[in-house]
Design a protein around this ligand. Structure first.
Ligand code: MG
Length: 382
């Protein structure tokens, strides 16, 4: 059997000198005894996976409202896809796959209901009081709001996990735990998660755009990436023999797209990491000004081109916006109702109001809601 110490030794023996290693972690905000079997990053991952905030991602919008259909992405399935991609990419690059998995599972945990539109509504409502950003809210959740022990200690995660969840910057005045810097780049594993996040959403949003019938393939057919991915898929499916269906071709096109982009990310980052021989530690790699984790410049351009098309034809599609706008108005109404009647907040949020201020706890409560909870929520009918 392998215990924690064996796993830590294995990391030290096999990972890159620029990878975060559990044994060298700066530890937790509140010191705890180590687990006999799991490394600190594996334990962080398990805490996230078992948290209430993580489970709520199943009912939160990715692009299409979570209730649109059973096969469209939600924040939960998106986070699982990102975690698989980031784990694979880190394994190939000699970076820590457990840390990457942890960060990927938590990277969207602070998203409010109804996606980026919900985020903008809360930002507007809170603009004079520290604003709202999903990454900052993610830190509030893991550090303060999740209930695991007495007091506001949240999940008490390892320092490296928290730094990666910062996603570079917290808005001025937004309250997070005091021991964490408010600004700073992630470790390499966090950078991998960030790019895998983008690979996951350009690919699955392409699939969801087509599947929903809101966008036709013709819109993408002239773009380099989707075209290349489809050529790949056709070759794999022996398309010219006429035995495959368009449905299968669409699925395989998206999986080819993911494969092309992850391979590019790994090959290009490997080259950059090899050139960085003077860097000796994960901390030096994190603070290095030159990019160490990146796509090739050609693929970067192609990704941006695809994103632009998705934005014009899918994210801004009148049906997508209509559904989402309806519910963002509702977010603003509910916010105002609680500001005027804070006694209707659940007792736990009421008890936090003296410390964080009424607006912030109302914002915390609403940001935690799922699409479904928000849709059915009538704060003053009870
Ligand atoms: Mg994401």
């Amino acid at each position: 059997m392998l215990n924690r110490e064996d796993l830590e030794e294995r990391e030290l023996a096999t990972l890159s000198r620029l990878a975060c290693k559990a044994r060298e972690s700066r530890g937790r905000r509140i010191p705890e005894e180590e687990d006999p079997l799991r490394t600190c990053y594996q334990r962080d991952r398990d805490r996230i996976l078992h948290s209430a905030a993580f489970r709520r991602l199943q009912q939160k919008t990715q692009v299409l409202p979570a209730r649109t259909g059973d096969h469209f992405r939600t924040r939960l399935t998106h986070s699982l896809e990102v975690s698989q991609l980031a784990r694979s990419a880190c394994l190939s690059l000699g970076l820590n796959p457990d840390l990457a998995e942890t960060v990927a599972l938590a990277h969207d945990i602070g998203h409010p209901p109804f996606g980026h539109v919900g985020e903008r509504v809360l930002q507007e409502l809170m603009k004079d009081q520290g604003g709202f950003r999903h990454n900052a809210q993610g830190l509030r959740i893991v550090d303060l709001l999740e209930e695991r022990m007495e007091g506001e200690v949240g999940l008490n995660l390892s320092y490296e996990t928290r730094v990666c969840l910062l996603k570079s910057k917290i808005p001025e005045g937004f309250p997070i735990a005091e021991d964490l810097p408010r600004e700073g780049p992630p470790f390499l594993e966090g950078m991998v998660v960030d790019l895998c996040d983008r690979v996951a959403y350009v690919s699955h949003d392409l699939e969801d755009a087509l599947r929903s019938g809101l966008v036709d393939w013709e819109v993408f057919a002239e773009l380099a990436l989707p075209r290349e991915a489809m050529e790949h898929a056709k070759a794999r499916l022996h398309w010219d023999q006429g035995t495959s269906t368009p449905h299968l071709l669409r699925r395989r096109t998206v999986s080819s797209l993911v494969a092309i982009l992850i391979r590019d990310l790994v090959v290009s980052s490997d080259r950059l990491l090899q050139e960085a021989h003077r860097l000796r530690s994960p901390e030096e790699a994190r603070l290095e000004s030159k990019q160490l984790i990146a796509h090739s410049s050609q693929r970067s351009k192609e990704i941006l081109e695809l994103l632009k098309t998705l934005n014009e034809h899918f994210y801004q599609h009148s049906q997508v916006l209509q559904a989402i706008h309806l519910w963002s108005n509702r977010i603003a109404e509910i916010y105002k109702a609680y500001i005027q009647g804070e006694k209707k907040l659940p007792p736990r949020f009421q008890s936090m109001a003296p410390r964080w201020g009424k607006a912030r706890v109302v914002c915390d409560y609403i940001a935690g809601m799922t699409d479904r909870f928000l849709e059915r929520h009538e704060p003053f009918s009870k």
